[in-house]
Every structure is written in C-alpha cells, then in structure tokens.
Design a protein around this ligand. Structure first.
Ligand code: URA
Length: 210
C-alpha cells in the first residue's frame, strides 16, 4: 500500500474551511465536492488510457481516451456519497458501485448492510470513496471485498486520515495494489474514534442530521 498526501494551497484552503465548525452543511457539501475534484486529479494520475486517432478542424492527430474496462467508482455509504459527483466529473466513463457500511460506535468494527457492484472486477481499476480514514476498519474491509472480486488496482480517496488508520491499512493491505490519496494525515484518533483535529462527523456535517 502506498499513501499520497496532496500538497497544494487550494487543497489546504478548502480543507481549513471544512474543518471550521462554523461552516454550514451547504458550504460543507460544496467544498467537499471541490476538494474531491482536486484529489481526484491526483488519484487518477495512473488511470488507464488508450491511443486514438482523431481529426481536429485542421489536421489528423493522435490523442488518448480513457480505456476499457471502465473504471469503477465505489462510494461507501453514507458519507462517501458526498464525494461521488466530484469524482465522476473527472471520470465520465466510470461505472458506479455502492457499499453500505456502518461502524459500530462501541466496538468501532465495520458491518456491511448493502452491496451493489459487479461480482467480477478482474482487470478493473477501482476508486473507493470515504471521507475519513479513522480506525481503518471500514476501508480495509471494503478494499478486501474489492480485491476478493478481482480488482487489480484500488485507489482510496479520503479527505482526511489518522496515522492509526494509515498504519492499519499498511499492515492489513501489505503487498496489495492499493493507493490512498488524501488531503492530510492528521495528529491522532481520540478515544471516541474521531480524527483530531479532524472535521467532526463528516456524514452529519454533509447532511445536517445525525
Ligand atoms: N468518521 C467521521 O466522520 N469523523 C471522524 O473523525 C472519524 C470517523
């Protein structure tokens, strides 16, 4: 597993406003969408393309297009949904699957309550969306499911990560073709499993309900 922290002033600016507890839900959703688009730009650096011949109004030339099989984008419900538009805006050919996972707030263990994606992901590039890499349990379980289905290249796009979550991913997904792209690796997790300083509960802040 490899981690890529995107170091860019626009990313830092948007992340700071997302962290601010005074930022309301509509602004939070818009900024999360914009931030995902910037992270998606980095996350898709190795997206597969093929060479094509086209005619410009002036001459014939060769260019590139996103190739097949189509990339698969998998938001983890609920909060990953708020990242979907920003991702598919940059990947217009992508197919979208869904994984519904909740974290038990006492045991902090993930449980899957909904799955909708192709059974066979052989040869597919997959982009998993989850705003917060906290304990890492949810993302590890999601990525193991994708690899079990044959995905051979998985990129997790997360807004924020905790060092504890990164360490668990590195341990549990050692030797797998997985990349994590994030805007920041924060200080730590607190005793409730929240990232510090973090931004609070990403789902609640996006959707305005607990
Ligand atoms: N999930 C969140 O929404 N926020 C955190 O800080 C950790 C997990």
């Amino acid at each position: 597993m490899r981690i890529h922290v995107v170091d860019h002033p626009l990313v830092a600016h948007k992340l700071t406003t997302l962290r601010d507890q005074r930022t309301d839900s509509p602004t939070f959703r818009r900024l999360a969408d914009e931030l995902v688009t910037l992270l998606a730009y980095e996350a898709t650096r190795d997206v597969r393309t093929e060479q094509v011949d086209i005619d410009t109004p002036v001459s014939r030339t060769t260019g590139v297009k996103l190739s097949y099989p189509r990339p698969l984008v998998v938001p983890i419900l609920r909060a990953g949904l708020g990242m979907l538009d920003g991702m598919v805006r940059l990947l217009p050919t992508a197919e979208v699957g869904f994984l519904g996972m909740v974290r038990n707030e006492e045991t902090l263990q993930p449980a899957t309550y909904a799955t909708r994606m192709p059974d066979d992901l052989s040869g597919r590039q997959v982009y998993v969306l989850d705003p917060m890499l906290a304990t890492g349990g949810t993302l590890v379980a999601a990525i193991q499911e994708l690899i079990k289905r044959g995905a051979d290249d998985v990129t997790a796009v997360v807004l924020l990560a905790a060092p504890e979550g990164v360490e668990i991913m590195e341990r549990e997904l050692a030797g797998t073709p997985v990349t994590v792209v994030t805007a920041s690796v924060d200080e730590r997790l607190n005793e409730h499993g929240y990232i510090v300083p973090g931004l609070g509960d990403a789902g609640d802040r996006m959707y305005g309900v607990a």
